[in-house]
Design a protein around this ligand. Sequence first.
Ligand code: ADP
Ligand code: ASP
Ligand code: MG
Length: 411
Amino acid sequence: MAIVIQKFGGTSVRDLNRREIVARWVNKAKQSKDQVVVVVSAMGRRGDAYATDTLLDLISGKERSPAEERDLLVSCGEIISAVVLASNLRDLGLKVRVLSGGQAGVITDDNFGDARILEVEPTVLEGLLAEGTIPVVAGFQGRTVDGRITTLGRGGSDTTAVALGAALHAAVVDIFTDVDGIKTADPRIVPDARTIAELDYEEIFQLANLGARVIHPRAVEIGRQFGVAIRVRSTFSESTGTWIASGHGTLDPWAHRDPDHSVTGITQLDHLMQFNVTPPSSMLKDWAYHLFMALGENKVSVDLINLFPDRVYFCVPPEKTSITKDTLENMGYTFEAYDDRAKVSVVGSAIQGLPGVIGRVMAAMAQSNIDILQSADSHSTITLLLHRHNMEKAVSALHRQFHLDEEVSRT
Ligand code: ADP
Ligand code: ASP
Ligand code: MG
């Protein structure tokens, strides 16, 4: 009997109609004799009563609540969702039990708001599965060793699902969502983006890390570490979705290494803060070293760093704006800060060392009159920092440039 983890995202459990569809997926797996563990996100999106953002809005604008209290608040969203979905599952005659993340054995560190899973203690889940009960687990949350509730970072229900899959040696972790699978670009920007049948952990990690929010990068990382087979698929269609695993085909990205077809997907990240910093003339020695040490001590993680002898450009997420400004002011640095930036990335394992790829990226930007403000690259990614208003245009232009709307055989 195989263990299957089924994770349902916020839009999948938003209302009764959708939860009835979810219940049919759970029932189908149960009828085919699988042992099923269900993981849920909070119901709906901002504006829906119990969605994560709606709960957070309840305390926004007030004196900032401690992170531990914010976690207590938002953890309720997933708990409500689990209890409500469980009642829909019981309507089909299924035997279920609701568990908070902590009750399901998800033990984390105490980095509230962005906690890491230290271990999953699977005995409670194993006991329920052995007696034929379907555990319905609140995703996105865990508990510290001393019992305090934590959350795993936005989008973290995926992480719960894959971590449980690893601990229970599940045959597959199905991430059910509102799109057919992982696509060559965000379908909200590129409606004709194609669903990618299969991806290796490295490519999907890059796509997720650079903005394809359809799966959380940490979930991919856990999947890679423990060899968990993950499938991203739609709650609302029978499509086969995207497999993330090694060995579900003969995928070899290098087999199609021509610059036109070397890219797997385009991603975007909105709302970045860009800083342009110059040191005081009295402090020309080691200034960058002091700067980055101070930012690190203040828990600011910087991105897209372009360092020159007399200045540095870098980006931080918007929530780190004021701590970054305070740090720079305290050190006497001169800086400009821009809040209208976005980054767009090209991802593909096959681009490594392939002549002509960066030329095509530049061609796409030039033809669309898009200024590039900064750039960075790794062996499988090229990232551009742009004005926010050019983000959608750039994603579409790159998608066309690399022929991602065309069917390509990758086996
Ligand atoms: P869930 O609530 O099911 O976890 P998310 O909103 O977290 O759903 O993720 C699904 C959304 O991710 C899609 O609706 C889509 O707009 C967005 N998305 C961004 N990039 C991609 C991509 N490359 N492929 C598929 N979806 C993407
Ligand atoms: N509800 C949480 C969030 O909105 C977790 C998730 O959806 O995965 O971030
Ligand atoms: Mg999600």
